[in-house]
Design a protein around this ligand. Structure first.
Ligand code: HEC
Length: 111
């Protein structure tokens, strides 16, 4: 089983969503907008993944207060500087408490 994290706004581009993940992240945003609690959002499907029948699952990750230290709007200068050094293409800033930060993503080939 492969396990990862992804988001519509990634800090590390190796976490970027593929097409299936992108569609699920958008679905989570829409479901949250319709009032579903962020910590209950999940979705799974058996789907074709690179020619292989695969079980895929995602669960949303809400943004908590702690997360704002590194993903919020007003970062400490030293945090800001280090993130710019390590992640020059960082998109994972400007979040507010309660926003969907991203999702866990699992994939397991179906036998
Ligand atoms: C101390 C700083 C720090 C804090 C606090 C922090 N993060 Fe992150 N977060 C990072 C860094 C750095 C990465 C990039 C990790 C990597 O290289 O894969 C990251 C990556 C992520 C990712 C993977 C997608 C991406 O952007 O690459 C998610 C999802 C995420 N964080 C959610 C959270 C949530 C939710 C919280 C609070 C519960 C949180 N983070 C708190 C620094 C932080």
């Amino acid at each position: 089983m492969t396990v990862g994290r992804t988001s519509l706004k990634v800090r590390n581009s190796t976490n970027a969503a593929d097409d299936w993940e992108l569609a699920v992240l958008k679905q989570f945003d829409a479901r949250k907008a319709q009032g579903e609690p962020a910590d209950k959002l999940e979705f799974f499907e058996v789907t074709d993944h690179g020619g292989q029948k695969t079980f895929r699952y995602m669960k949303a990750i809400p943004t908590g207060a702690l997360c704002l230290n590194c993903h919020g709007e007003n970062l400490k200068p030293e945090v800001d500087a280090k993130l710019k050094e390590l992640y020059p293409n960082d998109q994972a800033r400007g979040f507010k408490e309660g926003d969907l930060r991203g999702a866990f993503t699992l994939a397991k080939p179906a036998s």
